[in-house]
Each structure stands twice: as structure tokens, then as C-alpha cells.
Design a protein around this ligand. Sequence first.
Ligand SMILES: *Cc1c(COP(=O)(O)O)cnc(C)c1O
Ligand SMILES: [Zn+2]
Length: 561
Amino acid sequence: MSSHVAVECLDCGYQAPYFPTSYSCPRCGSQWREARYDFDSIGKTLPSLLPGRPLDLWRYRELLPVQGPNPIISLGEGGTPLIHAANLGMMLGCPHIYIKDERQGPTASFKDRQASVSIAALKEAGITEIVLASTGNVAIAYSAYAARAGIKLWAFLTSLVPAEKMREVAIYGTQVVKVTASYDQTKQVAAEFARQRNLYLERGSRSIPSVEAMKTIAFEISEQLTATLGPLPNHNAVPAARWRAPDWYFQSVSGGLGPHGVSKGFDELHRMGWIERVPAMANIQAEGCAPMVHAWKQNLAEAEPIRSPRTLIATLATGDPGRTYTLIRQRMLNGSNGVFESATDEEAYRAMHILAKMEGISCEPAAAVSFAGLIKMVRAGQIKSSDVIVVNCTGHTMPIEKMILGEGWARDVVVPTEALKDKPEEGLLSALSRVTAERYPRVAIVDDTPDARRLIRRILQSQGDYTLYEASNGKEAIELAQRELPDLIILDLMMPEIDGFSVLDALKDNPQTAPIPVIVVTAKELTPEEKSRLQGRIHTLMQKGEFMNDELADEVRALLK
Ligand SMILES: *Cc1c(COP(=O)(O)O)cnc(C)c1O
Ligand SMILES: [Zn+2]
């Protein structure tokens, strides 16, 4: 695990080493914890390392809860451009507006940061299956990275998510579960599913890698502003890090993970002495679902949940922000002045047009909410014309067409509202019972190369429900087969010491394992003699590098019938 990170409990202050799979404080049980680093030393050493590193989010790896970048998973996350919005600036009388263009991430939203860092951390911890609830973009981003990492993903999406986004999730091979209920209820259903199956649940602001990933937005903005406007004069930081922070940072807000993580990022820069002050945060919500704005304006430390969101912008339909609001507010009160503000759906659509027509940037309605907030606040005189403003353009719209997926790509869960009101546990349980069968077919993958195991695992997990086992050599394979008695074995032939032929001999010599069907996958052209050794003892022979994923999945399905 990452030895450079500790997690500190926000309730009792206890510090523990970081483990991705530990959800709560070992002392008091609180799920609210934050990552801590050795800021004194990193603040001094990191600036001189940065110039030699690629422009992706891993350039700040010392401040992330991951051992290191994993090139196999990476899609070039982070490093999105900071674009000067000269026309919008002219229109609003604010010449220093910059757009952090998060549409340019691998899956076109800022959730790519969260997904890439989380999947890297979970992969390091050996996790192979993840559950999450999403208003769309989190599921899309996690799906892409899970595909590369060989991790199976269950995405619980509220039925309010546009069909285009659901299909985008499905094409990555994620199991989509469509829940006919609000987003907050969908989160409950996903949590219950994960609990029943003992699977890792993505918990937004309570998931350390998710919060930490968002910090990189603050880091990049400050580094990029400094490159654009020059280093700050008369600033007594480490000479290599006289960075600039904007006066304002705008972002549209749903659950608040984004601003929570970004403000932690600015705080850390301040703490390391790289910036002189943190920016004012402008957190903009959709007016029809703005629990944080209501609480802020009444000066309340806790937000009252909105039970029935009234906005067409599903991405922003988190009605219950829970403690995340309290944490963001606390940071704002400790730092600089910021605000929570709202904009209507209509104002967001108008802002979409302005941004596309004035700046050549077409964004999704959720992203446009932050621009609508900016326009509103400039008009209200809350922004000075000399202010340096950065707006996070959080995402782009998705277009996967219907006919590409065919039928049956989603499973439906209908949560009757009455059931949840009276007996919430029972309502969820009966709704969930239709998601999956109790027992999956069990398949063992035997191969000495990790890449091959990951590929086969991914092919199977993206096209069906299986319980998968892996063995990396012949000895492990024989033990695994005897212990688990899987329904099917996928066997590599060329392995050091005990090769596939010998594994096959051992399987057939034992009456318990002899009937298990075997698919042989081999990288090598077999000699006639070798072929005859396999004759009648295996079900299928497949050539590595030549089979397409459908062929293997079809073969597995056929043998398990
Ligand atoms: C997730 C998302 C938001 C809201 O972010 P939170 O961190 O949930 O507050 C805004 N815009 C887009 C495009 C998003 O995907
Ligand atoms: Zn604690």
C-alpha cells in the first residue's frame, strides 16, 4: 500500500496507514477521513521534479494515494487545457476568464480524474469488482478505466439519466442496473447490493482516492495560470513554485465531491507555500435541486435534503449532500470568501448557447450551470472586472446510438416509493432480488502471464456473470481445481515447471476434477504429437492473439449450458 499517505479521522483525529479497502476509522468507526502527506518535504522537493514529467495528473503523484502511475490503465487523464475565454470576457466585462476544459478528458468529463486514481488504487489493492451509483458521468469514467484494469463494474443509474449516457456506460461492458427512483434512493440500492455481496462500493466524498483525484484540478489550474501569467513577484515560496491561484473558482455542484476535493487541493498548495491565498469558491447548483444553496443562504452548517428534485439536469440531481456540504462550507469559512449560488435550467441552456457560439465550446447542461452562475454573479456585481476567474467546464454530452447495443443491456429495478417509506430495508431487498442470480458459474483462468489473465478475465466479466478464479502456474492450478471444483477451466499450455499438459494429466487423474470441461488457450502452434496428447481430453483449443472476445465468451457460455 502507499506508505507516503496516512488517513486522519475527521471525528477523532486518529491517524492510520492508508488501505483502499478500509472504509472507516479503526478507533471510532467514522467513515469521514482525509488523506495526509508529508507536506513540508514534498513542498520542497516536488517543484524541481515537475518540469521533467508528462502533463497528466500523475505529475503530482507524491500527493496522490497511489504507489505510482499504472501505464496499463492510463488513458492520458488530467492535463486538460486552460483556455482563455476572450469573447465571453469581453461580453461580461471581465477580461480574465479562463476555462478548465475537462471535456477533453478520456471520457469527456472531470470524473476521469476520480476514476483513474480510484481504479489505480483499487487495482493495487487487488480489487476485482466494484459497485457504484451514478447520475451518469461517474459510471462512464469508471467503466472505461475498469475495462482496462480488468475490473468488473456494476453501475446503478437512476432512470433519470439520459438514455445516451446509459448506453455509453453499457458499451464498455459494465453491468447497467437501471433504478426507477431518485438518485438518492439509487445510492441506497447500490449500497445494499454491495453490502449483500461484500463488494467494494464507491462512496464519493468518503472515498479517499476520489477526493484526492479532484485536487489535481487545483494543482493544474495554478501551474497553468502561472505559465500563462508568469510567476508571482515578491512571493516568498520555494523559488520553483511561486504559483498563482485564481481569484474565483467556479464549478457546478451535485454531491459536492468536486469542490470538496478541489478546495482541498488549493489548501494543500497554500500549506506548502506555493500559492499566497486560496481562491473564492463559487459553487453553483441547479435551482430545482439546490440544498447547499438554501443552507448557505440561511447560514446553516447542515443542508436539508431535497426529496423530489425539480431539474431536468439529472447530473446535478443529488438531493441529499450529507456531510460533504458541511465540509466544503467549513473550508470556505476557514479560507477565503466564496458562495453557493443557483441557476435555473433555462439559464443553463442559455449559457450553453453562449459558450458554444462565443467560445467554440459545446458542453453538457450540468457544466453550463457553472457558466450560468458566473453570468448571474457578474450581473449582480459580485465579481470585479480585474478578477482572475477559472470556470471548470466539467463535461460534454454523449451520443451512443440505440441500435449499437441491441436488447438486454440493462437490468431494471423498480423501487416502489411506498415500500421505501414503510420498511426501507425490505423494499430494497425485494427490488434487488431481481438483479442477479444467487450463484454464478465458476470459471478458473490458468495462465502464467498477468496480461493474458487480465484479458480473459475482462472478456468474461464484461459479457456475463461469472465468479472468476486465477492461477498463475501449474501447481496453483491443480490446487485451485481441487479446492474450488470450478464449472470450467481455461488453461494455458506453456507455463514453466508444471505446464498445461501436466495440469491436464493431474485433472484427469482425479475423479473429482476429471469431468470439469477445459478450454485450452495457447500462444504456440502445436505439433501433431502435442495435439494428440490433447485429443478427447479438452473441449476447445483457441489460439492466443487470434480469438476475438465474442468467440471465447460464446464458447464459455456453450460449455456451461
Ligand atoms: C458530476 C458532475 C458535476 C457535479 O459534481 P459533484 O462533484 O457531484 O458535485 C457537474 N458537472 C458534471 C459534468 C458532472 O459530471
Ligand atoms: Zn475516528
